[in-house]
Design a protein around this ligand. Sequence first.
Ligand code: SER
Length: 429
Amino acid sequence: MDAQRLRQAFTGFFADRGHTVVPSAGLVPQDKSVLFTIAGMVPFKPYFLGDELPAYRRATSIQKCFRTLDIEIVGTTKRHETFFEMLGNFSFGDYFKEEAIAWSWELLTGLLGMDPSRLWVTVHESDSEAEAIWVDRVGVDPRRIQRMGEDNFWSMGDTGPCGPCSEIYFDRGDAYGAPGGPASGGQERYVEVWNLVFMQYNRTKSGELQDLPQRNIDTGAGLERMLMVVEGVDSLFATDLFTPVIGAAERALSRRYGDDAEADVAIRILADHGRAMTFLVSDGVLPANEGRGYVLRRIIRRAVVRAHQLGVEGLISPGLVEAVIDVMGVAYPALIRDRDMVMEVLEAEEGRFSRTLRTGSALLEEELHSPRSTVQGDLAFRLHDTYGFPIELTQELARSRGKELDMAGFDRAMALQRSGEAVQNLLHQ
Ligand code: SER
């Protein structure tokens, strides 16, 4: 089963059970509490809160998502990514735990053919109801169910809809780490494939949990992770969604994936960030010094620096964009429409950064080779201000060499420049 078949199988399964298939919303959310669409439920937030009445009580979607929480890790593992597609089914005050749990199991073990003896389940420590459904209704061995605390409570952010959740994990086997289930076993071994959130609270600004007007279901399964299990490969990057983009990254870097650990990290970064930058620009995000545009700038530059470290001189984005549109255009035709615009924006941004990259990199290398254990704040500021190195990138590069960055010094240099600018402005008034 390839990605497109999995997409269709998932939404088809829920359409057969009375769900309306809702197209993906953009990566730039209507909701102001999050910078990006970070989960399948984001476009439905007003329905969960009871602020708006949906035209349907059951929905299913494949939502484009973008998260940067783990960005420093992306590339170093085979299972982290920034841009991903989230498969989900939703109930707005309609069905609740019983159906959501039973259907998830039916879909995984029936339609997708996953071996039930490889699946584990976690529930929130307070949720005896969910545990009982897993055992009594679905027939899961109680020894395969673990209770967890914080990890089994999902919230959209500091405020907003939230609730206890139950997660399903696939056991990849002894070769991937210690046994013990998701609660205490190896993280690479137990891969989360689906999260079922029992959305029943709204967290207010003061942190209070208020009951929502109705009990809802919000489930989310990363398409790429599920595909990895279904296709029987050990990496997101080995799925049919990624292999052509990995190929483009190999060509951009003139390296073969699998030959060398450092180049492999760079190849995965280019593949992941190539997808993210293509979708972000197509969804209307443009490189900038703040907000969403800054995040986009950061991922472009993170990829470009990696390429530069491997001696690449030419542009990396055109080949990546081409490959991403080739693979993803079937499911997201807007990419095909936006192709020229995306290419132009990314080439211009990459070109701008490339002009200062060489000098900036040389300065940073010098600092990283010095005996000091800390990268000087002044230098980090100069890299940011004159050479366009996002501070988070400098910090990450410093850490990869075992050094910390003097953030206080960086902030001081930034404040000094701002006050200097303020004086200049006063003098010119
Ligand atoms: N909102 C939950 C998540 O993102 C389930 O969809 O994991």
